[in-house]
Design a protein around this ligand. Structure first.
Ligand code: HPA
Ligand code: ZN
Length: 337
């Protein structure tokens, strides 16, 4: 079996995926027409050409503008269905997907429209592929904490179908401490907690996410490596990092894939995972991310299996489901020898 096919077939979980970031230009155009929404591009080629970023904010401006075409419940369902099709083709058997309700409610789209559409897409993926999935509600950190509390209140009728809250958008200048109270409130409601930290922000933001937000999982976390004491703590406590290689390259978190720290993370004993972040914008889905990291950093099959293993261990699945996935992974490795 080629390495390409080995990676595609490797059973894996995706733990860091913004569903709005899976909006491919083709669907963006189709929804713009269907909903009669103007978009500032004349062609699909022009959309792709606009995806050149030198920092996180460049991307976010385009990502929020693209989300304007999402209007109706079926748009959110179609978006999710398209993602799950790509994920299934890449060997994803479980996905924990993030969504940004404020991106939609601030444009007058009801919270229920967004989440019911996504839940319909999740049910479809389960019926067609047997894929399981969970929802992570992300607060936009460039907005204030009161707005996050309003969003948490809007989510109340669906809390039994939301597993976690997260924190995304512009990191610099919006440290985790800004959201300590709303994260405590979410935890009190039984939700798990994740946060983007250490993508562009300093190691201190990772520390705040650990100590002030009490996160269960760390999104990105790359800059933790600048602090050996923090790195050792993350390794010792078994914190999962959801690393996104192609995103890191596109947003200039790394200057070249040849310098990506994925193997340093593994060697430091961190529970690193590989994920796609915003695949429609960053040039690849999860298997592309595994392949890009593997070829740039010389990861062998043992490393790839470890990364897939970590994706199940770092998921929010119950222990028996994790054990079943790990057994399936072991059987795959055995069969591919
Ligand atoms: N970082 C922060 N916010 C985001 C990202 C990201 O990579 N993707 C979508 N929202
Ligand atoms: Zn992200």
């Amino acid at each position: 079996m080629t390495d390409h096919d080995f990676i595609t077939g490797l059973p894996k979980a995706e733990l860091h995926l913004h569903i709005e970031g899976s909006l491919e230009p083709e669907l963006m155009f189709a929804l713009a027409q269907r909903n009669k929404v103007a978009i500032p591009y004349a062609s699909i080629e022009e959309v792709r050409a606009a995806y050149s970023f030198s920092r996180l904010q460049d991307f976010l401006d385009i990502y929020y503008a693209g989300a304007n075409v999402l209007q109706k419940q079926e748009d959110f369902r179609d978006l999710a269905v398209a993602y799950f099709d790509r994920a299934a083709a890449d060997g994803v058997v479980h996905a924990e997907i993030m969504f940004d309700p404020q991106t939609h409610t601030d444009r007058g789209i009801a919270f229920g429209t967004v989440i019911e559409g996504l839940l319909a897409g999740m049910a479809d993926a389960n019926a067609r592929y047997g894929m399981t999935s969970k929802l992570i509600l992300c607060f936009l950190r460039h907005l204030d904490e009161d707005a996050a509390f309003v969003t948490l209140a809007a989510a109340e009728p669906w809390l039994d179908r939301i597993d976690a809250v997260g924190l995304d958008s512009s990191e610099l200048g919006h440290p985790p401490e800004k959201f300590a109270r709303v994260f405590a409130a979410a935890r009190a409601k039984g939700l798990r907690l994740v946060a983007h930290a250490g993508e562009e922000g300093p190691p201190d933001y990772v520390l705040q996410a650990l100590d002030l937000l009490e996160i269960d999982r760390l999104d990105h976390g790359n800059r933790s490596l600048e602090d050996p004491v923090l790195t050792a703590r993350l390794a010792r406590t078994g914190m999962t990092l959801t690393v996104c290689p192609l995103s890191n390259l596109k947003l200039c978190v790394v200057d070249d894939m040849a310098n990506h720290p994925i193997d340093r993370m593994i060697k430091a004993g961190l529970r690193a995972t590989i994920n796609s972040d915003d695949p429609a914008y960053f040039g690849g889905y999860i298997a592309d991310n595994y392949r890009a990291a593997a070829s740039a950093r010389g990861l062998d099959r043992g490393d790839l299996v470890l990364l897939a293993r970590n994706s199940f261990l770092g998921s929010f699945l119950p222990d028996d489901a994790v054990a079943a996935h790990l057994a399936r992974l072991d059987a795959y490795v055995e069969a591919s020898r």
